[in-house]
Design a protein around this ligand. Structure first.
Ligand SMILES: [Zn+2]
Length: 217
């Protein structure tokens, strides 16, 4: 069982329930107290990348994502950026092995499941799709991206969460966009879990710094 004193490292853990072992599929179990980055990379290389895993299946119930979409999303795990931390987050997000206050309440780490930003019930869906404050922030980021890159990308929810694929825009812009929204999702997730406010100005400073470092593949 995870203790409150360990809560600092919560976003590094692999879990979706109170079990110490996360059953990834019929053949793979992740030991929550022992899982390290190398285990994650092994999974990345070895698992069959289809939408049949439990995380993608749950996402597909809410979003229109078919097998081709999942194939593109899984391929993007290796190509979206050079940063291991972000790729690991992308993987966890796809498989829904991330925590919100709903899971923290279940673990006895928080006393309620109210969203830090809007006060409604928190959950993976709420944090990613429904929260009014998050939606406003995402819309501001999309506007900022369009104006600084002289483009017009109007992604549906599934593409805001997992990336844009196809040839509607040039390859460089699509790559930059997919990196930016992954960085945005990680920014939202880590600020929320660390109980920090979110700001477009801070986000832009951070993502532009990453562009300069050449983080995009
Ligand atoms: Zn909210």
């Amino acid at each position: 069982m995870i203790k409150a004193k360990d809560s600092v490292a919560l976003d590094k853990l692999f879990f979706t329930s109170g079990d110490e072992i996360f059953k990834f599929n019929d053949n793979v179990e992740i030991h929550l107290d022992k899982a390290r980055s190398k285990d994650f990379y092994k999974l990345l290389d070895n698992i069959t990348h289809t939408g049949n895993h439990s995380g993608p299946t749950k996402w597909s119930k809410r979003l229109s994502l078919n097998e081709d979409s999942w194939s593109n999303i899984f391929n993007s795990l290796k190509t979206v950026c050079k940063e291991n931390k972000l790729r690991e987050f992308h993987f966890k997000f796809i498989h829904r092995i991330i925590v919100t206050k709903r899971e923290l309440l279940k673990f006895g780490i928080k006393n309620d499941e109210e969203c830090l930003y809007c006060g409604q019930s928190d959950s993976i869906e709420h944090t990613s799709i429904e929260c009014t404050l998050t939606k406003t922030f995402v819309s501001n980021v999309l506007q900022w991206f369009d104006s600084t890159n002289a483009c017009r990308i109007t992604p549906p929810t599934a593409e805001i969460l997992f990336g844009v694929f196809g040839n509607s825009h040039d390859k460089k812009t699509t790559g930059k966009f997919n990196y930016t929204i992954l960085f945005m999702r990680h920014y939202l997730y880590s600020n929320k879990i660390n109980e920090k406010s979110i700001s477009l100005k801070e986000f832009v400073q951070k993502v532009e710094h990453k562009y300069r470092l050449g983080s995009i593949n």
